[in-house]
Design a binder for this molecule. Structure first.
Ligand code: PHE
Ligand code: ZN
Length: 860
């Protein structure tokens, strides 16, 4: 038979949002029987189909498959010989109103390297079904608008799989013959197939309980390999905090008697919100201070919360089709961001999220892969799990919240959950519910769902008579397939400060909804505009502002984000050599003031001290020369390191005196490593020894990794020794060995490309584990000096990687394509080299749907 695998034909068909049709059949209940084995698993699926009164009647029942052969198919207990196949799908012709279907399939989980469907990881079996992985397990209407109640019977050898888990509640378990045992699970909540999950393996659990606001006692468990058990405390604590927060903040209560989380080392993404049985990448579960940095701890907490929040935003209310992905992802990202803001510092979290948006989403929005948060078409849905759908999607909902205010926004989300509980909904349903519940008119706001591209807002202060007027102009840039865009409502928090009087103006929220707007702002002798405070809108502000005004904002603005933003603007202007830009001296003074500012805590100080990354700088220019930008940035670091040497040394010493568990400890560790980085630029010899000392005396991973990162920039014996020590110390811990690969691939030393080639031959390196593949090659692709080496060698290495990885794991391979897709924004020489690599990939035989779509779009 043809086309049986995930590696398809040249041009996969385009699927359009406008073509949506409800499925002609309903499947109220689905029964699955799994006979589990690593090499052979038998699956028996039984369900009754009835006609969907809300759909056009059809004689056809199309059951999606991907690489499956039906071992046996029966309709109403009669075997169908040679059932009809259409490509990978099984198509049955049915004449009545109700039919019982039974399908048997046979799988080999151990050969499943794509990590979609049922696969083996370290001797255990697990599943990943979102978006279209269920069709790799059995033939089924694998689309999110077909909701069914699942009954699952799973059995297998007890020695290999002592633990058997599935969605919902366990209703029965026991031993059977030949050393086998079984478990039966029932999930009372109707769900789409993408939320199905099953796990079988030798696992142990950290257990706890949570009593919901309605008094339901829930058994919580985090399942890991025995050796990882003592690194699960933080994950469990994060889960409990998430459950409580969602009750208090969104009124959402958990709805099953158990909540299981399983950590697996081979996983394509961060984690998956399967009903009652989340499956996680180990990276987002395991953490202790010896092996995880402070940032890792935050990531675990954020992802645990994210998956938990999906129980309502995604599971109870799911998506009608995959074009609505942002309905669950944008909303859930916003929910996890608000949670983390509440758990820690609101402003620091906001700055971190904006930094992610600008470094990951803005480039997407200005490149060949730009798409609206609700796309109109796709070939492979896996390519649309993007920063646009997730992070810009969250920003769009955050704008609704800013315009409504938190209380009214909550009325809107309550109405949304009430109206659509148990349904597969659309983004339009969400917008309408917010409109009705929060009493907002979002007619024009819908443009944010339709139009791709980051809006640009030009802001100018004009003195008329004694008063100051703010003049705003907006434009939405053209993106592939979209031009002539309409203005959108852009909520902006602004304030007018007076530099002469040292007076801070009052904040107000304005909404720029036309192409142009004028706002009278009152009197000020030396007016300084504070705009997009708190980053209320995901836009680029263009303004001509004196460096002295930026220094004033950086030092005095009462909005922490505005202070951060002013520092960034000051540095960007300087590095790009803009007109009126501040000098290195101005930046040194501003940075000195931040170091000395006693009103700041160190976490915020660290944000203000952070220099914009090269990716962000590249976004600011039409045709980038990454080497030049990198060198300019390194030059500024050196100036700062020399000019602020004693201030940085003092800051370092003060921070170094604060202990691991001190409440001030996290902030202290953050500024300590930043100070070390700047000192290293100013006086490499001294910093080399200081970093080695920090490494040797570290009692936590944040300090140890920070020191090693600095050492990786030096060609010294200290670097070689400490890297060797790090490897020996952590050789049994995959997640830490990932760090070891990453730190070396991020090095600014010449020769890093050769070094990466050597590391790829290391006994611990493998392409079959996504974390490991990314640890080396994502780091390389994000190392501007190395990746953009003028010879094109970095591009070639990433292209080679894509070609080697594509047959093993297409989803993961395709995620490397955007790095090469930025060619249009590069100076000519590099643009040609990047293009040539994309063309080379495009010509390869048997390319996956994932990679071929991304390469085709990137070549445009
Ligand atoms: N739905 C998951 C999340 O964002 C992401 C995911 C997508 C995981 C596809 C696996 C596969 O929480
Ligand atoms: Zn999600």
């Amino acid at each position: 038979m043809e086309n049986l695998s995930n590696t398809p034909t040249a041009q996969p068909p385009v699927i359009y949002r406008k073509d949506y049709q409800p499925f002609p059949w309903l499947l109220p209940e689905t029964e699955l029987v799994f006979n589990l084995g690593l090499e052979t698993t038998l699956v028996l699926a039984t369900f009754t189909v009835t006609r969907n009164p809300d759909a056009e009647a059809s004689q056809q029942l199309r059951l999606n498959g991907d690489g499956l052969t039906p071992a046996r198919v029966t309709v109403d207990d009669v075997t169908i010989e040679n059932p009809e196949m259409d490509g990978d799908d099984l198509v049955l012709t049915l004449s009545g109103d109700s039919h019982k279907i039974m399908i048997e399939t046979e799988l080999d989980p151990s050969s499943n390297t794509q990590l979609m469907g049922l696969y083996a990881s370290n001797g255990m079996l697990c599943t990943q079904c979102e978006a279209e992985g269920f069709r790799r397990i059995t033939f089924f209407p694998d689309r999110p608008d077909v909701l069914s109640t699942y009954w699952v019977h799973m059995s297998g050898p007890k020695d290999l799989f002592p633990v058997l888990l599935c969605n919902g509640n366990k209703v029965k378990e026991g031993d059977s013959v030949g050393g086998h045992h079984f478990a039966e699970w029932h999930d009372p909540w109707p769900k789409p197939s993408y939320l199905f999950a099953l796990v079988a393996g030798d696992l142990v659990a950290r257990e706890d309980t949570f009593t919901t606001m309605g008094g339901r006692e829930v058994d919580l468990a985090v399942w890991v390999r025995a050796e990882d058990l003592d690194r699960t405390e933080h994950a469990m604590a994060s889960l409990i905090r998430s459950m409580k927060w969602d009750e208090e903040t969104f009124g959402r209560e958990y709805d099953l008697d158990v909540y299981n989380i399983v950590a697996v080392s081979d996983f394509n993404m961060g984690a998956m919100e399967n009903k009652g049985l989340n499956v996680f990448n180990t990276k987002y579960v395991l953490a202790d201070s010896d092996t995880a940095t402070d940032a890792d701890f935050d990531a675990v907490e954020g992802v645990i919360a994210h998956e938990y929040f999906h129980n309502w935003s995604g599971n109870r209310v799911t998506c009608r089709d995959w074009f609505q992905l942002s309905l669950k992802e944008g909303f859930t990202v916003l929910r996890d961001q608000l949670f983390s803001q509440d758990m820690h510092s609101e402003s620091v979290k906001r700055i971190e999220d904006v930094r992610i948006l600008r470094s990951a989403q803005f480039p997407e929005d200005s490149g060949p892969l730009a798409h609206p948060i609700r796309p109109d078409s796709f070939r492979e849905i896996s390519n649309f799990y993007t920063a646009t759908v997730y992070n810009k999607g969250a920003e769009v909902i955050r704008m609704m919240r800013s315009m409504a205010g938190p209380e009214k926004f909550r009325k809107g989300t309550d109405l949304y959950f009430d109206r659509h509980d148990g349904e597969a909904a659309t983004c339009e349903d969400f917008i309408s519910a917010i409109e009705d519940g929060a009493e907002l008119d979002l007619t024009q706001f819908r443009g944010w769902y339709r139009q791709a591209g980051t809006p640009r807002v030009a802001a100018e202060l004009v003195q008329t008579g004694g008063t100051t007027e703010l003049r705003l102009t907006q434009s939405v840039p053209d993106t592939p397939g979209q031009s002539d865009k309409a203005p959108m409502p852009i909520p902006l928090k602004i304030a007018l400060h007076d530099r002469a009087a040292g007076k801070l103006g009052e904040e107000q929220l304005i909404v720029l909804s036309e192409a142009e707007m004028r706002v009278p702002l009152g009197e000020a002798a030396e007016p300084v505009l504070s705009i997009n405070r708190g980053f209320t809108a995901p836009v680029v502000i263009e303004r001509d502002i004196a460096s002295a005004d930026l220094a004033f904002l950086a030092a005095h603005d009462d909005d922490p984000f505005a202070r951060y933003e002013a520092m960034q603007e000051l540095v960007v202007g300087h590095l790009l050599g803009a007109e009126n830009a501040g000098s290195a001296q101005d930046i040194t003074e501003a940075m000195g003031a931040i170091i000395a500012d006693g009103s700041l805590d160190d976490s915020m100080r660290g944000e203000l001290m952070a220099l914009p990354g090269v990716t962000y700088l590249m976004e600011q220019v039409e045709k980038a020369d990454p080497t030049a930008l990198h060198e300019a940035r390194e030059g500024l670091k050196k100036t700062l390191g020399v000019g602020l040497r004693s201030e940085l040394a003092q800051l370092y010493d003060r921070a170094a005196a604060i202990g691991l568990d001190d409440p001030q400890g996290r902030g202290a560790r953050k500024v300590k490593t930043m100070a070390l980085g700047l000192l290293a630029a100013g006086d490499p010899g001294a910093a080399n020894l200081l970093a080695a000392h920090q490494y040797d005396h570290a009692d936590n991973m944040t300090d140890r990794q920070g020191a090693l990162m600095t050492l990786c920039g030096f060609d010294t014996p200290e670097r070689v020794d400490r890297l060797a020590d790090f490897y020996e110390r952590y050789r049994a811990n995959d997640l830490v060995i990932d760090k070891w690969f990453t730190l070396q691939a991020l090095s600014t030393l010449p020769g890093v490309l050769d070094h990466v080639r050597e590391l790829a031959k290391h006994a611990d390196f493998t392409l079959s584990n996504p974390n490991r593949a990314r640890s080396l090659y994502m780091a390389l692709a994000s190392n501007p000096a190395a990746f953009h080496t003028p010879s094109g060698e970095g591009y070639r290495m990433i292209a080679d990687l894509i070609l080697a990885l594509d047959p093993i794991n297409a989803q993961t391979a395709a995620r490397f394509v955007p790095a090469l897709g930025r060619w249009r924004r590069m100076e000519e020489g590099r643009a040609a080299l990047m293009r040539a690599e994309l063309e080379r990939i495009a010509k390869a035989e048997g390319l996956s749907r994932d990679t071929s779509e991304q390469v085709t779009r990137s070549l445009g």
